[in-house]
Design a protein around this ligand. Structure first.
Ligand SMILES: Cc1cc2nc3c(=O)[nH]c(=O)nc-3n(C[C@H](O)[C@H](O)[C@H](O)COP(=O)(O)OP(=O)(O)OC[C@H]3O[C@@H](n4cnc5c(N)ncnc54)[C@H](O)[C@@H]3O)c2cc1C
Length: 573
């Protein structure tokens, strides 16, 4: 991946100048080379590569699931996302990457290797409501393992059995719901024809999906879990909340069942880490998209979008120079917050009412920021560390310094001599520990500009990021039993730089509101009827995570082209 002097990537058959890009009238422009943008671009690579342009502000793909290099010696860290679901033949991520790889003529290209994460480890600090460290393990096959000395003492067989049944039913419902998204009609409805299409879409839905959607539309995860009496046990509830915090960023009472089921279903889909981290996925993916003939402009930031009277859109793009781009259809696969705060729309663009409502809700109720600690763990001996990648969720007390769960993902260090993959098995492990914290609920931290963090005992605000860093190190060491040798804190400001999300705001879809289905993937029509702007990505699509973002990219393509992925690329997860 070389860089043109104008900050643009060199395309397969020669340099692509800003001039050349700007002179063309593109049928489709996709903004953002994160999971959503790359998924859409892959499918355009199959349907209309020569008329499609992908524009990305950074020089590396991946966005929130991207990566960065820091320190001496230089180490590559995953910026946000560290694990993947559905990376297996037939799974969403696998099939998209496979399609992108197929565009490349280099026969030596293997699919990147995935390292299965054998279990998720859950750990509650000693002072937590759960009274003692849990040592709870959630195995790949969906089985729970509870040591008798920990939570096992409190959860009897019936609770465990009902917990597993409940999660299995979430997975079944989620699979049906994911399928439903292919059928989901376009919103907003701007025209009688859209309404007719809505009826047509709803009609052939299979009864099971319809039943799930209708019967659960207004229910929370807690309301559905209440059908399993044993789950009323506070510790079983704590466990469900814990899992939801990671996947839907909310508690069982407040998460609509449809969103929660999708989040909880990841346990059944198989969780992997890419050998070599997320760059092992995103670099080959981007190269595949380029090889398809889709043009790619990296290091190019869209700074303004306006609609044209004759239909279509005009984008002001900033690379080394500023230039104008025009297109018929636009997929905005950058987070809506970024769009709202950094890329002014022309006033004329019409937003759907549902989307405006949802934006308002997200603004007032649901603001998450990311903090992360990137570093290196060392143990007494290599065997103390283990060779498998693992993932641990550390759950604090409600009023703890870091109010929300801390997620530690730990991997073998990469062999610095290798560009991709091949993690070594020496006595050090690279880790990423991240916290998503809910800003809106803690005005004290807003006043400090830190967001969501408070000192648990005195309720006095934490004065410095150094205190947050120390606290995170303490927790990581306690949870892993290893020593943190090197650590660097990524504050929301750092996140802004790594991921392009203003003030490190992550997530986005207000999952408390059951109307989220109607707000998902807003379509904005302006000018000529057929010219459309579709939002994609996890900030406008339920489910969170790389898989949701990818699905939303696929659907954006499907809506704009009227095509559906089929055959080998049957993407229903
Ligand atoms: C700390 C953390 C941990 C996470 N862990 C996991 C995990 O383990 N597993 C999982 O599945 N998910 C995880 N997630 C969520 C996952 O990373 C996201 O859901 C997913 O990456 C979102 O993809 P996206 O394409 O919607 O958006 P993004 O990845 O944010 O992509 C948007 C892209 O648009 C680009 N862009 C922004 N503005 C402009 C502009 N003006 N012009 C051009 N380009 C622009 C950005 O640079 C970026 O590349 C985590 C997220 C965080 C923050």
């Amino acid at each position: 991946v070389r860089q043109h002097r104008h900050g643009l990537l060199v395309q397969g058959n020669g340099p692509l100048s800003a001039d050349l890009i700007a002179r063309r009238h593109w049928n489709t422009i996709i903004v953002g080379a994160g999971s959503a943008g790359l998924s859409a671009a892959t499918l355009y690579g199959m349907s209309d590569p020569s008329n499609t342009l992908l524009v990305e502000a950074h020089h590396e793909p991946g966005g929130c699931a991207g990566y960065f290099a820091r320190g001496r010696p230089r180490r590559v860290h995953d910026a946000g996302a560290t694990q993947l679901v559905e990376y297996r033949p037939g799974g969403l991520q696998w099939e998209l990457l496979k399609a992108a790889q197929n565009f490349r003529r280099d026969a030596s290209l293997d699919m990147p290797r995935a390292l299965p994460i054998p279990f998720l480890d859950h750990w509650w600090p000693a002072q937590s409501p759960c009274a003692q460290p849990l040592g709870l393990r959630w195995h790949r096959d969906g089985q729970l393992e509870l040591p008798v000395s920990g939570l096992g003492q409190h959860l009897d067989g019936e609770v465990l059995q009902q917990l597993e049944e409940f999660l299995a039913s979430c997975a079944t419902d989620a699979a049906a719901l994911w399928r439903m998204f292919y059928r989901f009609p376009d919103f907003p409805l701007h025209h009688v024809r859209d309404a007719l299409r809505l009826v047509r879409c709803a009609w052939p839905l299979d009864t099971k999906v319809m039943w799930i959607a209708l019967s659960h539309l207004g229910s929370s995860v807690a309301a559905v879990a209440a059908r399993y009496p044993a789950l009323a046990h506070p510790k079983a509830r704590a466990l469900i909340d814990a899992l939801l915090l990671d996947t839907a960023q909310n508690h069982a009472d407040e998460t609509p069942y449809l969103a929660g089921a999708m989040g909880l279903s990841i346990l059944k889909r198989g969780i992997v880490r890419m050998d070599g981290g997320m760059r092992s996925l995103f670099r080959p993916w981007l190269l595949g998209v380029r090889a398809s003939g889709v043009q790619v402009a990296m290091g190019s930031s869209v700074v303004q979008i306006s609609s044209l009277a004759q239909g279509g859109f005009e984008l002001v793009v900033e690379a080394k120079t500023r230039f104008l781009l025009r297109c018929h259809n636009l997929i905005v696969a950058m987070p809506w917050r970024t769009l709202e705060e950094r890329v002014p729309f022309a006033d004329a663009l019409r937003l759907s009412l549902a989307w405006q409502r949802w934006q308002q809700a997200a603004r007032t109720e649901h603001e998450w920021q990311a903090f992360a600690l990137h570093g290196v763990l060392v143990g007494q001996a290599p065997q103390a560390i283990g060779t498998e990648p693992w993932y641990v969720q550390v759950f604090p007390r409600d009023t703890d310094v870091l109010q929300h769960a801390l997620y530690v993902s730990c991997d073998a260090e990469q062999d610095p001599g290798r560009a991709l993959g091949n993690e070594t098995q020496g006595p050090t492990r690279v880790f990423t520990a991240s916290v998503h914290t809910d800003l809106a609920r803690d005005p004290r931290m807003q006043a400090l500009g830190l967001g969501g963090l408070c000192n648990d005992d005195t309720r006095a605000p934490v004065q410095s990021l150094a205190a947050i860093k120390d606290e995170m190190i303490r927790r990581v060491e306690a949870a892993t039993g290893l020593r943190v040798a090197v650590a660097e804190l990524a504050s929301p400001r750092t996140y802004e730089r790594y991921t392009g999300r203003p003030e490190g705001r992550v997530g986005g879809l207000a999952v408390r509101d059951s109307t989220f289905l109607f707000a998902a993937m807003p379509k904005i029509i302006e000018g000529a009827r057929d010219s459309q702007l579709v939002m994609a990505g996890d900030s406008v699509f339920p489910g969170q995570g790389v898989i949701a973002a990818s699905m939303s990219g696929v659907l954006a393509w499907s809506r704009l082209t009227g095509l559906r992925p089929s055959g080998h690329l049957d993407l229903s997860p």
